[in-house]
Design a protein around this ligand. Structure first.
Ligand code: S3P
Length: 163
């Protein structure tokens, strides 16, 4: 069995959908951000401050490699497509679901979030630019695009039905 991977921009609900899928499919959820925070014993902003973003990206790649071939649900961070090595891994993975939601909707959720260094204090224009840069990559690795702007039950069921 291979993993089921959720990708998409910050604030789209990857962790929440992952939790529901985990219950419904009776598989463990591996949230890459939480996994990194727990192993490093540092928050994401602390890792960014202390070691820089590239270091965080390397940790993401390592974590992904550790879990990708396991029978689990993986919820990724929005920047997982920033490194070519993770993109390569995800390109070879079958069940990668791209959760999509209107950027203006997620903007309201994430702009003031001081746990997200790549969103905190950014303008809508800046976040739109980041999103359009990443959109191509999400599209490239996705097995299926899922409209995440709906009740979580509906979103989770659509994923399960397409497995
Ligand atoms: C990031 C997204 C975050 C987290 C980190 C960097 C990004 O995950 O990995 O703050 O660059 O988009 P979420 O997508 O869960 O917010």
């Amino acid at each position: 069995m291979m993993s089921i991977v959720l990708v998409g921009f910050m604030g789209v609900g990857k962790t929440t959908i992952g939790e529901l899928l985990s219950e419904k499919c009776n598989k463990s959820l591996v949230d890459i951000d939480s996994y990194i925070v727990n192993t490093m014993k540092l928050s994401i902003p602390e890792i960014f401050d202390k070691y820089g973003e590239q270091y965080f990206r390397d940790l993401e790649t390592k974590a992904l490699l550790e879990w990708i071939d396991k029978d689990v649900i993986i919820s990724t961070g929005g920047g997982i497509v920033e490194s070519t090595s993770t993109k390569r891994i995800l390109n070879k993975t079958r069940h990668v679901f791209w959760l999509k939601c209107d950027i203006e909707v997620v903007f309201k959720r994430i702009q003031q979030d001081n746990n997200r260094p790549n969103a905190n204090g950014k303008s809508l224009k800046e976040l739109k630019a980041l999103y359009s840069k990443r959109e191509l990559s999400y599209n490239e690795i996705a097995f299926k695009q899922i409209d995440a702007d709906r009740p979580i039950e509906v979103v989770a069921n659509e994923i399960i039905e397409s497995l």
